[in-house]
Design a binder for this molecule. Sequence first.
Ligand code: SF4
Length: 143
Amino acid sequence: MKLTKSFNRSLWVFHLNTGSCNGCEIEIVATITPHYDPERFGIKLVGSPKHADVLLVTGPVTKMMAPKVRRVYEQVPDPKLVMCIGSCGQSGGVFYDSYNLDGPIDQVIPVDVYVPGCPPRPEAIIYGVVKAWEKLERLEAAQ
Ligand code: SF4
């Protein structure tokens, strides 16, 4: 896989599961394997939201997770972006209209990039990360 555009910065990503079935997580894990090797572009997962540029959220946001999602969102330093991976976070997906949801995600925190699919393929996730990257560079240039 080749990027057709170069970026001036790396992009660190913090992943948060808000109640997903883990299908999206498996695709995220597939995305960071040596087959795709996104680290060669400077894209890597980090263990703390305080170190991240992008908050990558999966799942439909259960009532239990909603306050935690808000707290983690506040911990990501500005300028920050939120990526929603998978149909659950966008519409509730297979959990649509469930009694225990506060989501979809954009009902809880603002979302910048949506990657649809159930689950989306690694190529789609990387494409979404590149879109987030472009938006982050525009935000930084405007500051
Ligand atoms: S979008 Fe599909 S794969 Fe992803 S968490 Fe929802 S049900 Fe699971």
